[in-house]
Design a protein around this ligand. Structure first.
Ligand code: NDP
Length: 315
């Protein structure tokens, strides 16, 4: 049997949180090894322009930003490896981790930065236009700017959809909000904001049947399932805000999480309930979900890990 590799500081996930944790951990000589998961670079690799990450006055594409973060982490000695962590035993000492169901590792400390994945409607044209940067997005704060003065639609009726609809309404000429029931799930305060915004039109009891457009979004077909009527909206942007799913399934039963699967940390820190295990980025943060806040929490994770390791007999 091959020897089990021991890692001092293991980072799981390669979004802005993971790479920032790696930069700090490497500079603190924690010799981090980072496993990327199946989407190296995370959610930002699926976006186009990123205009709100500080330090890029001319903007940068999501994939380029992630390459820069990776290069910065590697510059200080982080080993970045492609692979998916499929199983963990975090309560053991050292912690045990399996990659791609075959490689077994042990680790003194683990920083979890597995992120979250936006949920999508699953329509073929939604996938096609999203992958081609054709105007389908799951982040109004990231992409709303590109639709200034235009007409867009947003699907969803939770707090995110309500917040993003009002955000878009400030930039866009008109926002159609497609709600599948005759009521919204969002808090009353958020609903009132939506209802009192004149350029938001709510399409109740409605489902998106198709998104139209060859290279970019040109419209959407929406059906009211109560009246049976279909309507074609002329829009250039299509936003989906039907929730995110944190990528935390492998930690079930070991770490505390809320009913949606977001990891729980000691407030104001990245500490989970297991000593030496830290959670950073979108896997625990359902409120902000921005690249820069994820990066900031990645920094916290590395500092917390470094301080924790300093209290341990072997480091
Ligand atoms: P939610 O799960 O709360 O809401 C998802 C919404 O999408 C629901 O209205 C749901 O409809 C709708 N939906 C789900 N699937 C589909 C589908 N296939 N087609 C059409 N509509 C669909 O997710 P959010 O991201 O809005 O919020 C996540 C959490 O974060 C919540 O706890 C929320 O309160 C919190 N949050 C808080 C904020 C704040 O306080 N400022 C801001 C943003 C989020 P239905 O209602 O019919 O199920």
């Amino acid at each position: 049997m091959s020897k089990i590799e021991h890692i001092h500081c293991l980072i799981i996930g390669s979004g802005p949180a993971g790479y920032t944790a790696a930069i700090y951990a490497a500079r603190a000589d924690l010799k981090p090894v980072l496993y990327t998961g199946l989407t190296p670079g995370g959610q930002l690799t699926e976006t186009t322009e990123v205009d709100n990450f500080p330090g890029y006055p001319k903007g940068i594409t999501g994939p380029e930003l992630m390459e820069d973060l990776k290069a910065q982490a590697e510059r200080f000695g982080t080993q970045v490896r492609f692979g998916l962590v499929t199983k963990v035993e975090l309560n053991s000492n050292p912690k045990r981790v399996w990659v791609d169901e075959t490689i077994e590792l042990t680790a003194d400390t683990v920083i979890i930065s597995t992120g979250a994945s936006a949920k999508w409607l699953g329509l073929p044209n939604e996938t096609r236009l999203r992958m081609n940067a054709g105007g389908v997005s799951a982040c109004a704060v990231c992409d709303g700017f590109f639709f200034k003065g235009q007409e867009v639609a947003i699907v969803g009726a939770g707090d995110t959809a309500a917040e993003e609809a009002t955000y878009l309404a400030k930039l866009c000429k008109k926002v159609y909000m497609i709600v599948r029931r005759s009521e919204m799930r969002a808090s009353k305060a958020m609903q009132n904001r939506v209802l009192n915004t004149p350029n938001i039109e709510i399409l109740w009891d409605s489902e998106t049947q198709d998104i139209l457009g060859k290279d970019t979004v040109e419209g959407a077909v929406v059906k009211n399932h109560k009246t049976g009527e279909s309507r074609t909206l002329t829009i250039t942007g299509f936003f989906v805000a039907i929730g995110h799913k944190p990528n935390t399934d492998i930690f079930k039963g070991q770490l505390d999480m809320d009913d949606m699967g977001y990891l729980q940390v000691v407030p104001g820190s990245s500490k989970t309930k297991i000593e030496g295990v830290f959670a950073v980025g979108d896997c625990f943060d359902k409120t902000y979900r921005q690249a820069v806040t994820a990066a900031g929490s990645g920094c916290m994770g590395a500092l917390d890990a470094e301080r924790w390791l300093a209290t341990q007999p072997v480091h």
